[in-house]
Design a protein around this ligand. Structure first.
Ligand code: ADP
Ligand code: MG
Length: 405
């Protein structure tokens, strides 16, 4: 057959970016073994680029002539896509550049977007190489969907664009502390969760948000018959890993504060892009119609805009690629270790929001502000550590595009 794409709308020329350090360090071999032939059979041509260092991909897409490709595909974890999204938004022609269809192949240890897209397709859950094959098929089919982005503004007036999550407290600490377990693949979050549970602490700060809808009826009392909190019935990744808990608890003793954030002046963020019409400067009080959370003691605060937080953690089961909202989930201080563990076990099935846990709050928002009180700590955006301090964010519906099968 000819090498011309049968369907002119289907992206056929890919730039494929591979992070050789992601996951267990096998991204390139996984691509060769599982994806290469599939793309060839679908008449897709591609340029392969192995990244050489952090921010390489970001610089590359910032400078590249994008007209050479129909899509930019990332074979890595969520971190490399975060680089690409921000590289595109740092361009003078950001408005056009961010319309470049993106693609994701799970090659890292944190493959939340890939897992989310597989979940949206309605297929049975799969992990690891089967998830990779599923995402490979999506690329071959080439259906392009809209993807929401979130603009995240820091105290230094740095601005970043995010497609997945903003986290502080327990989840952010696990994100970063678990990077040293990257060699175990997706199980790193399970291990990180268990370690963090042992040194569970309270995070103090102020949280405010702009609700997406008029005040909603309480979420957690709708289905009170749920039995999902019964951890003994969960035959899960997390529960399978419980038997190494003692070991991990022991090892965690000297791991506090081991992490140094990796954001640097090389990551300038962007001052351009769409205006944040919902936000006022961080040194001014939030607008009067925002909701200010009365509690100031938290165990975790996270805003997620896709369903999955990791391959086997469904943080916001109701989320969709371009639903135009952030799903804000926070856990108030006072929750016991046991209840928090149950919460994460239930999250493997996305059942944590339909339990009656009085410490968990879930609300859909369009914008939020978080002001941590402690001078040191960790905030993550899409799983990557960013500048720590006051932060605010707003959704920009359908700003990007992604090949979603
Ligand atoms: P994982 O899911 O395993 O964490 P990521 O895609 O999130 O994989 O990548 C992890 C980190 O590696 C990210 O911060 C990314 O920017 C960085 N990175 C990208 N390419 C390289 C490289 N060639 N060497 C080292 N780090 C890299
Ligand atoms: Mg990562």
């Amino acid at each position: 057959t000819g090498s011309v794409c049968a369907d002119v709308r289907r992206p056929c020329r890919f730039l494929v970016l591979i992070n050789p350090q992601s996951g267990k360090g096998q991204a390139q071999a996984l691509f060769n073994n599982h994806v290469q032939r599939m793309l060839q059979e679908a008449d897709i041509t591609y340029t392969l680029q192995i990244t050489e260092r952090q921010n390489h991909a970001r610089e590359l897409v910032r400078e590249a002539d994008l007209s050479q490709w129909d899509a930019v595909v990332i074979m890595s974890g969520d971190g490399l896509l975060f680089e690409v999204v921000n590289g595109l938004m740092e361009r003078e022609d950001w408005e056009k550049a961010i319309q470049t269809p993106l693609g994701i192949l799970p090659g890292g240890s944190g493959n939340a977007l890939a897992a989310s897209m597989h979940y949206y397709s309605g297929a049975q859950p799969v992990w690891g190489e089967e998830l990779l094959v599923s995402c490979g098929f999506m690329l071959c089919k080439g259906l392009v969907s809209h993807l929401d982005l979130v603009s995240v503004c820091m105290g230094s007036s740095q601005r970043l664009f995010s497609f997945l999550s903003l986290a502080w407290g327990f989840v952010a600490d696990v994100d970063i502390e678990s990077e040293k377990y990257r060699h175990v693949g997706a199980a790193r979050f399970t291990m990180g969760t268990l370690v963090r549970l042992a040194s569970l602490r309270v995070y103090k700060g102020k949280l405010a948000y702009l609700p997406a809808e008029e005040p909603q009826p309480p979420q957690s009392h709708v289905r009170s018959t749920s039995n999902d909190f019964n951890s003994s019935s969960v035959n899960s990744h997390l529960s399978r890993t419980l038997n190494c808990q003692n070991n991990l608890l022991h090892n965690s003793c000297n791991s506090n504060n081991a992490h140094k954030p990796n954001w640097t002046s090389e990551s300038p963020g962007t001052t351009q892009g769409p205006p944040d019409t919902l936000l006022v400067p961080l040194d001014q009080p939030v607008p009067a119609h925002w909701t200010v959370v009365k509690e100031e003691d938290f165990v975790l605060v996270m805003a997620v805009y896709q369903s999955h937080l990791a391959e086997d953690l469904i943080a916001a089961p109701a989320s969709r690629l371009d639903d135009g909202v952030m799903h804000l989930i926070y856990v108030k201080a006072g929750i016991s270790r046991q209840a928090l563990l149950c919460l994460f076990l239930a999250m493997e099935k996305g059942a944590h929001l339909s339990t009656n846990c009085p410490f968990v709050v879930y609300v859909k928002v369009r914008a939020l502000r978080l002001e941590p009180y402690s001078p040191k700590g960790t905030i993550t955006v899409d799983g990557e550590a960013v500048e720590y301090g006051p932060v605010q964010a707003q959704i920009h519906g359908s700003l990007a595009r992604i090949i979603a099968g």
